[in-house]
Ligand binder design. Sequence first.
Ligand code: 4AD
Ligand code: MG
Length: 428
Amino acid sequence: MTKRIYISDIHQHVGKTVTLFGWVYNKRSSGKINFLILRDGTGTIQGIVAKGESEDSALKAFDELTQETSIKVTGIVREFRGNYELAIQSIDIIHLTQDYPITPKEHGVDYLMDKRHLWLRSSRQYNILRIRSELIHACRDYFHGNGFTLIDAPMFTPSACEGTTTLFEVKYFDDKVYLTQSGQLYIEAGCQAFGKVYCFGPTFRAEKSKTRRHLTEFWMVEPEVAFNDLNDNMELAEDFLEYIVQRTLKNRKKELESLERDTKILANTKAPLPRISYDEAIEILKKENNPFQWGGDFGAPDETILANKFDRPFFVHRFPSAIKAFYMKEDPTNKKLSLSMDVLAPEGYGEIIGGGQREENIDVLLAKLAEHKLDPKYFEWYLDLRRYGSVPHAGFGMGIERCLAWICGLEHVRETIPFPRMLYRTTP
Ligand code: 4AD
Ligand code: MG
């Protein structure tokens, strides 16, 4: 009996006979030697099928093999010029694939997106999603390792967190609810029970934007800490970013190299990160002849101008209250400003983190709800947090796909999630 092993462990088996299960990535012949590239999800390996060395049945099977046919192969592991290869003895075809729709030729993105369930097998998509998996683990490990308790927020919610214009309404028996835009309001409750908490789940925005940064369903990781103010919040965000970026660089070096990502700017992601106020950001834009009006929100071109000033992610803090959500605390030194912060990624990627200090005073909060035309009846439970042991607190949310698009250096967020949901895409 030979042992079934994975390609990622192949180095432990040099000189031994092993069995691999996987799919045909490619094959070619040169003279009497046949080369088979096998992938098994943990990597790829070249197998050699040759007369005299391989069983006759393996030679016959090799001729039949098509791209993405699933097979079982047995052979001897050899090390050759620092690479591992398999001297194949036998090949068993598990399922013979016919006319695999994705070939090495160029396909359009729409076509590939329609075939997303198969496109995942391609090396570029494979590398991106391997990096995603590492990034998500790094986020969880950071919070878990720093004493945060995971508090999962619900997906069905009775009210808006981030404005009423991007809500997905869902029929809920005889009633209606909305898909969550953010778990924040719930982890605010969590931080008053557990001190330091985070949630991590899918979030939904009915955004009619067809940009390279917008998904209608995306994953957000959100910490919330009781007694933290805006400064503490920025310190937490930069420490968190340093950890997740450095760890991803270290553990997914090979994948980033395959994507030909220049990782120099990523490596600069170390605390402390630069901090500029909204007012300072406007000064920078004006110097660049950008006619930006105080009170507006930054668009992608503005963010790009700002980001070109820095060689690492940076904070913009104290945005006007009028362009931020109802829960943002006003700056006590200037009521027009909020104790908010965004982190912008360099290289034109824009906002990857949004957050700030929360309003803890019930009267101010009630006035804000009215200003934002939100019915206080749905926020009674949230107001309770300000009635019983209210404390200053702060937190932020990071969109995994925006952060990953930057880490991988991708044009569009659609490749950063296994099955993207966008304005015109809900399949496969
Ligand atoms: O800035 P946002 O809207 O902030 C919040 O939702 C806060 N409640 C978070 C908090 O303080 N706990 O969204 C946070 C992040 C953005 O910085 C961005 O990375 C991502 O979520 N994001 C999106 N990602 C992809 N597609 C979209 N449509 C996104 N909208 C926001
Ligand atoms: Mg934001």
